[in-house]
Design a protein around this ligand. Structure first.
Ligand code: SF4
Length: 252
């Protein structure tokens, strides 16, 4: 599935897998779960498979969509594509062979730049050497709290050409991160009716660590009732840095 994306740092989404299960604190208010419920109610064909009520929900059962695999091959104009915005690429129910099928499409469409993000860094690192990694894939892990910091080492275990961290929703202070081998860090607060607040100092500390360790920093939003409710200015300016050119093949 492709659509114009509302994610500030990407252009399109592509969902050859939908559905997931909650695994971490960052999943508590999963937007994909909420959206899947709505899409199921609207009769959307890709969202009719229910997941476990304890960890997932209506329309959010893990489902492989082979018909969606070839979609990027039809896009002529180069674009930045977020892979699996409605799932987690390294969920245990996504076979290694299917992850490779996705990687093969990415490799076969070098006109596009792809971004994927996982909270299942342990599985990603375990199967990393069974996969052929495409050069035009940026691979990221979510690091929302201290308990998730180990995912950074697991990301470093992969041969991804560009590695990034998504510290969103930022739930606590993350001091003294080792950013060796990391090219980009995105930070942001949570939005929605039951959002958890982000402290200004947590965002500032991540910005300072990026500056000190020469990592591109992107500040996405403060969070609030809606994603844009409180803007995205930190210390008088916006932070829109991207990984340095030369580390990746940019779409345009
Ligand atoms: S890993 Fe991502 S998609 Fe899966 S439940 Fe958590 S937030 Fe949602």
């Amino acid at each position: 599935m492709a659509s114009n994306s509302n994610i500030e740092w990407t252009e399109s989404t592509w969902n050859p897998v939908t559905g997931c299960d909650k695994v971490a604190a960052g999943c508590d208010n999963c937007y994909a779960l909420t959206l899947s419920k709505r899409l199921k109610a609207m009769g959307a064909a890709k969202y009719q498979n229910d997941g476990s009520p304890a960890t997932s929900g209506p329309g959010f059962g893990v489902t492989l969509h082979r018909a969606a695999l070839d979609q990027p091959r039809k896009w002529k104009t180069p674009r930045v594509v977020f892979v699996n915005s409605m799932s987690d690429l390294f969920h245990a129910k996504v076979p290694v062979s299917y992850v490779q099928d996705i990687f093969d499409v990415i490799a076969d469409t070098p006109q596009h730049t792809y971004q994927a993000l996982t909270k299942r860094a342990h599985r990603m690192s375990r199967i990393a050497d069974k996969l052929n990694w495409p050069a035009n894939l940026w691979m990221g892990v979510t690091v929302e709290n201290q308990a998730a910091v180990g995912r950074i080492d697991q990301l470093r275990d992969t041969p991804a050409k560009v590695r990034f961290l998504s510290c969103e929703p930022l739930l606590e202070s993350l001091p003294a991160l080792d950013l060796e081998g990391i090219h980009w860090l995105i930070a942001g607060g949570e939005s929605g009716p039951v959002r958890r607040p982000m402290n200004e100092e947590w965002a500032r500390s991540l910005r300072d660590q990026c500056v000190e360790q020469d990592v591109a920093f992107f500040f996405k939003q403060w969070g609030g009732r809606t994603p844009k409710a409180n803007g995205r200015v930190l210390d008088g300016r916006t932070w829109d840095e991207m990984p340095p050119r030369g580390d990746y093949v940019m779409a345009s």
